[in-house]
Unconditional design. Structure first.
Length: 420
């Protein structure tokens, strides 16, 4: 149980709050690159700030205050020009640094005037990586966008899922360090719902554990029929700081980032990689496709048919902001307790002017940041050696063409053998 003040510590993300300042030391995935290829402006709300993401005609990305400082018009309707974003109301234009670079009428009336030099809006750096656009809202100098090892692979099919969640980010992230929920939410409850998930028969947990590592936490589990010699204990799963889950196998992996929109809403960004078997040609991907995950059914109820949809029921079912003053933690919550303690420690480092964990500044190390992955050959629900070799989407709404492409990739593993 937390006090009301402790709960606010974790859930408030605006500038000047402890968690808001901690989160601003990290890069945030905010949109698929392909989405800006289709439309060059996108309204973005991030960490409680209203912004507009744009790509100008030269290909430069910008993230600036959404409202024009002239007459407070919404710049997400603005006009991307060669070197900036122009307000459609009176033509003022801003570059990616937030500097006003053109004021057509003012410059006509006062050709030698320097008024535009005095006008500047909030602006944040944007970088493309792994099919996503990343934003940094913290102080200079900005760290590097982490180049996780899966980002370096070019031997598979990648797709991205975007979902807006009606709840605080911390409810979703606590799930990332909670192994026991899979036994009940994704296995037992899924069976009651008669839906097919990747988990199959409910795995009765015997033992759980959690450890810190360079980029966050690793949770471990022993289930009935397994031992501490199995990968679920030896390698575990990754709760990636500040707000992600990473699940990796040698043939497939995915990230789930829970990006705070504000105190009551979260942007779920999931990045999936399915790799072809050695010796097979990967599919051609001129760009990384994206899709929006579906949350509600036709009756306005939460969907329950897929793993992440079931998670959303649990997260959002706690309310927009979970009231942790009324919770009752037990033995299954060891990881949750450790996560809260570690985040307090990381926020304290930021308050001291230091970098928190998972902030990367070494370009050599950032060539490929290793995360633990499982072999799991023949012991999983989908993949090499498994009885079920059809792709099961993690969330409702994955396009049929993406499912077909992933099934083609999975088929390359049909005759694959475990490494000796």
């Amino acid at each position: 149980m937390l006090t009301e003040a402790e709960n606010r510590f974790f859930t408030e993300v605006s500038a000047g709050t402890p968690m808001g300042e901690y989160l601003r030391r990290h890069w945030h995935p905010i949109a698929p690159i392909a989405e800006l290829d289709e439309r060059s402006t996108k309204p973005v709300r991030l960490l409680g700030e209203d912004l507009v993401l744009y790509r100008d005609r030269s290909g430069t990305y910008g993230l600036i205050d959404r409202l024009c400082p002239h007459r407070r018009v919404d710049l997400s309707y603005g006009i991307p020009e060669e070197d900036g974003l122009r307000c459609m109301y009176h033509g003022w234009m801003f570059d990616e640094t937030g500097q006003c670079v053109e004021q057509p009428f003012e410059e006509t009336v006062h050709p030698d005037g320097r008024f535009k030099e005095k006008v500047k809006v909030t602006a944040y750096p944007v970088e493309p990586k792994a099919g996503l656009l990343w934003a940094y809202l913290g102080p200079a100098p900005a760290p590097l966008v982490p180049n996780w090892e899966p980002f370096t692979h070019d031997d598979g099919f990648v797709d991205v899922c975007i979902t807006v969640l009606p709840c605080n980010w911390f409810q979703a992230q606590e799930n990332s360090i909670d192994p026991v929920h899979a036994e009940w939410l994704h296995a037992y409850w899924a069976q009651q719902l008669s839906v097919d998930t990747i988990f199959g028969k409910p795995p009765s947990h015997i033992k759980i554990g959690a450890d810190a590592f360079d980029y966050g936490m690793i949770y471990r589990r022993v289930v009935q029929g397994s031992s501490e010699e199995d990968e679920n204990w030896l390698k575990g799963r990754v709760c990636l700081f500040p707000y992600a889950l990473f699940i990796g196998h040698t043939y497939a992996c995915h990230f789930e980032w829970r990006v705070p929109i504000d105190d009551e809403n979260t942007l779920s960004v999931m990045w999936f990689l399915n790799r072809v078997a050695p010796g097979h040609e990967p599919p051609k991907q001129p760009s990384i496709p994206y899709w929006y995950g579906e949350v509600y059914d036709e009756d306005g109820r939460f969907r329950t048919s897929h793993v992440v949809n079931q998670d959303i029921v649990a997260w959002a079912g706690q309310g927009r902001i979970a009231d942790r003053t009324k919770e009752t933690l037990g033995e299954s919550d060891k990881g949750v307790i450790m996560l809260r303690r570690m985040l307090k420690e990381q926020a304290a480092l930021v308050a001291e002017g230091k970098d928190p964990m998972s902030v990367v500044r070494d370009p050599v190390a950032n060539e490929s940041l290793h995360l633990p992955v499982h072999d799991f050959f023949g012991t999983i629900a989908v993949g090499p050696g498994a009885g079920n070799t059809a792709h099961i989407p993690f969330q409702h709404g994955e396009p049929e063409e993406a499912i077909a492409a992933i099934n083609d990739v999975i088929a390359t593993w049909k005759d694959a053998k475990p490494a000796s």
